[in-house]
Design a protein around this ligand. Structure first.
Ligand code: AMP
Length: 464
């Protein structure tokens, strides 16, 4: 049929589409340090020359300079929407918006975020009157497609609406004044395009952050500017060559709720693993430290679970198994973002006490029956561990099964006994935990499904 089937572009039109240049706008500044990279100026436009790699694109700036830039720092001009505005924070949850605005502590400080109902937006506004608190307003649309917060004042677009309320409170608790500044810039997948081997002389090591299974972790600066965490691997604790190969794959895993691996220093010993720096440390300690304020805030605890679930759903989509998911292996960063760390590392540990289910360091309390019986790991064994992590979150960091010995825990799990409902946990959330602890792995929900169920419960709890 000449011109192709209705609705499908003709070959000429297709050619035209392919020739169309893609123009992107920088959402964040980026400083090119490595040769071949190109600096980005926030708000400036760039022509994309090659986007065949997922995380680093070759672009041209307005002066004709060409180089690689991190693809998560730009957005296609035509799809930009609200992202160019300082006040738009995208998918930030109600709870995180509240803590961000409270931290700023400025009358009239506000953000606009995606509502948990797809396609809708919410304005979160901080006021000190009569006492410091955050109000959330749904941005509604009338039949003419206009946006409004109070029906008397409708505007053609959300930016126009924001501008209107900068001058008139129009029924809001305060006029809109400022938005949180100095918001963190996201990590890049590796520190430069195609770079995962890091020169240790370019790392300036600072204070110790903690120590774990593999050795000491220190804060550091890469080339004097980028904050990093450096894990110094105790010699003999891991099968190094295999891990170094795997690190190339791991730097390419990128998600808001995964701790970014920047690369490794593998030429000398000990090996360094260099990752994104997370200022509030491990989730387990964070829960324990903030128990007093967190234990009554079910919405906040649920939001922590949803964040971890988003990171895990990404790993599941990539067929990547964590193998040691627990609150101690998640970290909390700026603006209280929660991220999953140490994914896949367990495969390279050489210590039998950690790798064999009979070993003293094996995470028995997070392991489902098929792991205890046959060491059979899968995304569904991660789901079981995720259920235990939810329990840790809702008890603000209690030890699962209390002081029970490993053998007693194994016995309980084999007999189908599960952890009790934590006090702070509503029954809908406990129902979800129970689904994670289905004896048969096939019956457990996927992380994708869990995420949807948790978001639904969250919507029911608070009118987001
Ligand atoms: P690990 O060896 O991963 O168990 O880490 C030991 C401790 O170091 C953790 O409990 C954290 O307190 C700290 N830590 C590890 N990685 C980071 C990071 N990326 N940012 C900040 N602190 C970290």
């Amino acid at each position: 049929m000449p011109g192709g089937a209705p609705g499908t572009p003709s070959s000429k039109a297709k050619e035209k589409l392919m020739l169309r240049t893609k123009v992107v706008v920088a959402l964040y500044p980026f400083r090119a340090i490595e040769g071949g990279d190109l600096s980005l100026e926030k708000g400036a436009e760039y022509e994309v020359l090659d986007d065949s790699q997922e995380h680093w694109w070759k672009v041209k700036d307005e002066n004709g300079s060409i180089g690689y830039i991190p693809s998560n720092y730009v957005k296609e001009k035509e799809l930009l929407g609200l992202q160019k505005y300082e006040w738009y924070v995208g998918d930030m949850s109600r709870q995180r918006a509240e803590s961000l605005l409270k931290q700023e502590d400025k009358e009239g400080c506000f953000v606009v975020r995606n509502s948990s109902t797809k396609g809708l937006y919410t304005l979160s506004l901080y006021t000190k009157v009569p006492h410091p608190h955050v109000k959330h307003y749904h941005i509604k649309q009338n039949t003419r497609g206009e946006f409004y917060l109070s029906e008397k004042h409708c505007c053609g677009s959300i930016p126009d609406l924001v501008n209107y309320h900068r001058h008139n409170s129009g029924g809001l608790a305060s006029r809109l004044k400022t938005s949180p500044c100095d918001r963190p810039v996201p990590p890049t997948a590796g520190l430069s395009h195609d770079k995962w081997e890091i020169d240790p002389t370019e790392l300036h090591l600072l204070e110790e952050l903690g120590s774990g299974q593999f050795g000491v972790v220190r804060r550091g600066k890469w080339r004097g500017s980028i904050d990093v965490a450096v894990k110094m691997m105790k010699e003999g604790t891991m099968s190094e060559d295999d891990f170094i190969e795997e690190a190339k794959v791991m730097t390419k895993l990128q998600h808001t709720n995964l701790v970014q691996l920047y690369g490794v220093c593998s030429k000398d010993r000990p090996i360094y693993i260099v990752t994104e720096y997370m200022r509030h440390g491990s989730l387990l300690n964070y829960l324990r430290r903030h128990e007093a304020s967190l234990s009554t805030n079910v919405g906040y605890l649920l939001d922590i679970c949803i964040q971890v679930c988003r990171g895990m759903a990404y790993l599941e989509r990539r067929n990547y198994i964590h193998r040691d998911l627990a609150a101690r292996n998640c970290l909390v960063g700026s603006e209280n973002v929660v991220k999953v760390a140490d994914f896949g590392l367990a495969r390279y540990v050489l210590d039998d006490q950690y790798t064999s289910s009979g070993g003293t360091k094996f995470p028995i309390k997070w392991a489902p029956p098929e792991v205890l019986n046959y060491t059979r790991f899968s995304s569904k064994s991660d789901v079981w561990a995720y259920g235990v992590l939810m329990w840790e979150v809702f008890t603000c960091g209690k030890m699962p099964y209390g002081r029970l010995k490993n053998a007693e825990v194994v016995d309980r799990v084999q007999r189908g006994l599960i952890l009790e409902k934590p006090k702070a946990c509503v029954k809908e959330v406990y129902e979800i935990m129970r689904k994670c602890w289905a004896h048969c792995p096939e019956v457990r929900p996927s992380f994708r499904v869990l995420k949807e169920q948790l978001i639904n419960v969250n919507q029911g709890l608070v009118n987001d």
